[in-house]
Write a protein that binds this ligand. Structure first.
Ligand code: FNR
Length: 183
């Protein structure tokens, strides 16, 4: 009876730090959570003209989100905000008006960057968006992961002990947060 988590990784890059971070979290949580990755790179662009005849990619995305107990966003920061490709996925899952797939779901936000304060501003923008969409966003811990090559090995293990312990705590708190919200 693992909880299912719809996971949005905000980068399409093959060797994405954020995808590596998501895999590390998946591994730390594997006894409690099932990660269901959303393929945001294959979605159509949101277009309000299509609200009455929603594109199949949007319908499938919303079905995937509605099949989850919670949502995890693992995102880079692009120009001090959320990458456009992630924002498009959020817009698509949130519409037509009144039929958002996100409403009421618990969520958590985390991100990785090579820079020291990287992703803090993107995550603040993202929290604003998710609150507007009536998601229950885990307030703490905030998690701004400064990433360097090798931080996560090929098997998804975190190689630094302090970072591993921090991420273990993040996972524990997320599991508790989901229980609190979903019962
Ligand atoms: C970046 N990067 C970046 N980093 C950051 O900390 N703050 C920022 O505002 C930006 N802006 C930005 C814009 C664009 C268009 C790109 C391509 C990159 C650098 C970014 O953190 C770095 O490329 C990461 O490796 C991206 O995450 P993934 O793809 O490795 O998950």
């Amino acid at each position: 009876d693992k909880r299912t988590i719809a996971v949005f990784v905000g980068s399409l890059r093959k060797d994405s730090y954020n995808r590596q971070l998501a895999r590390a979290l998946e591994r730390l949580a594997e006894d409690r959570l099932r990660f269901d990755y959303v393929d945001i790179g294959r979605l159509p662009f949101y277009n309000q003209d299509l609200d009455g005849d929603y594109p199949p990619g949007g319908v499938a995305l919303k079905r995937q989100v509605r099949g989850a107990d919670a949502v995890l966003f693992v995102t880079p920061e692009y120009n001090r905000s959320v990458p456009g490709v992630l924002k498009n996925a959020i817009d698509l899952a949130s519409r037509p008006y009144g039929d958002s797939a996100f409403a009421g779901l618990p969520a958590a936000v985390i991100g990785a960057s090579p820079g020291a304060i990287g992703t803090a501003l993107a995550q603040q923008h993202l929290r604003n968006i998710l609150s507007y969409l009536d998601m229950a966003v885990m307030p703490q811990p905030e998690a701004y992961i400064q990433f360097e090559d090798g931080l996560v090995d090929a098997d998804g293990r975190v190689t630094r002990q302090d970072t591993r312990e921090f991420l273990e705590d993040f996972v524990d708190r997320f599991v508790n947060w989901i229980s609190l919200q979903r019962g």
